[in-house]
Design a protein around this ligand. Structure first.
Ligand code: CP
Ligand code: NVA
Length: 304
């Protein structure tokens, strides 16, 4: 049994398989061809933080694959009244076939997985957001082919998305340029031992964007850091991805954002709604990529 708790839980070959399956599953869906290999399978989704895309994509995805889902919002379950996560894992995983969790510390999802009888998927933690980067890289591959050897510029907070992009860069062999404001840089332990061909740090966001094949960013204040929002607005003021920054990147560079976006903060409206932006396809691909992920975790390598 496998879990998907962080990006590096899978090998490059497994991601190749997932990208291939995402394409097949998406194409069938677009052609109204039913594909229901997960009939009678049940997905439980545990949410300790808000969500729109993750909830809709997983719920629609398991249904389209023939299964069904249950949503457990923290405040409405015994988890919210202090039931140990290990006990919840033991019970829920006897009743469902696969679990997706969105929570705070990565250690919470690791404890759940350690006591689960079924595969567990990380639907975002403070540290990682692997389902999003899976969909993002699939979106890049769809538009530009393999990401190997390419350059991705990460502008802004060194958050869960940035940490996941870094794991992806090492695993899939592309370069990540990271530029974050002072005080919000990548934790040194994450950068330690990563080769210069996979990670370069920049003080100046324009320099990070220079020559990039993909420019990407995220909110200045992630869920869980709301108290810092005002201080972050000041600190991140020079880190808006705007037309000047896109002009520093390669001519055909793409722009991505995991969403929700704040126009005028981390990205200008001109870029988010502009011709280089693929954010809506990126969001849609959460659906298709996660269907491939659930198929893989429950059925292994399907080639049909
Ligand atoms: N990108 C993303 O995970 O969106 P939600 O918070 O809406 O799920
Ligand atoms: N970094 C953001 C991503 C939201 C999808 C957060 O954790 O809030």
């Amino acid at each position: 049994m496998r879990h998907f708790l962080q990006f590096r839980d899978f090998s490059a070959a497994e991601f190749e398989h997932l990208f291939k399956r995402t394409r097949v599953i998406k194409e069938r869906f677009k052609n109204y061809i039913a594909y229901q290999p997960l009939s009678d399978r049940m997905l439980a989704m545990v949410f300790e933080k808000s969500s729109t895309r993750t909830r809709v994509s997983f719920e629609a995805g398991i249904f389209q694959l023939g299964g069904a889902s249950i949503v457990l919002n923290m405040g409405e379950t015994q988890l919210g009244r202090g039931e140990p996560i290990e006990d919840v894992a033991r019970v829920v995983s006897r009743m469902v076939d696969i679990v997706m969790i969105r929570t705070f510390e990565q250690s919470i999802i690791e404890r759940f997985a350690a006591h689960s009888r079924v595969p567990v998927i990380n639907g975002l933690t403070n540290e990682y957001h692997p389902c999003q980067v899976l969909a993002d890289i699939y979106t890049f591959v769809e538009h530009r082919g393999s990401i190997t050897g390419k350059t991705v510029a990460w502008i802004g907070d060194s958050n869960n998305m940035c940490n996941t992009w870094l794991q992806a860069a090492t695993l899939l062999d592309f370069k990540l340029n990271v530029s974050s404001p002072s005080g919000y840089e990548l934790e040194p332990a994450r950068a330690a031992g990563v080769s210069r061909s996979h990670l370069e740090l920049f003080g100046d966001p324009l320099a990070a964007a220079r020559g990039a094949d993909l420019v990407t960013t995220d909110v200045w204040t992630s869920m869980g850091w709301e108290e810092e929002a005002d201080a972050r607005k000041d600190a991140f003021a020079a880190f808006t991805v705007d037309a000047e920054m896109m002009a520093a990147a390669r001519e055909h560079a793409l722009f991505m954002h995991c969403l929700p976006a704040h126009r005028g903060e981390e990205v200008s409206a001109e870029v988010l709604d502009g011709p280089q932006s693929v954010v809506w396809e990126e969001a849609e691909n959460r659906l298709h990529a996660q269907k491939a992920l659930m198929e893989y975790l429950l059925l292994g390598r399907v080639e049909t």
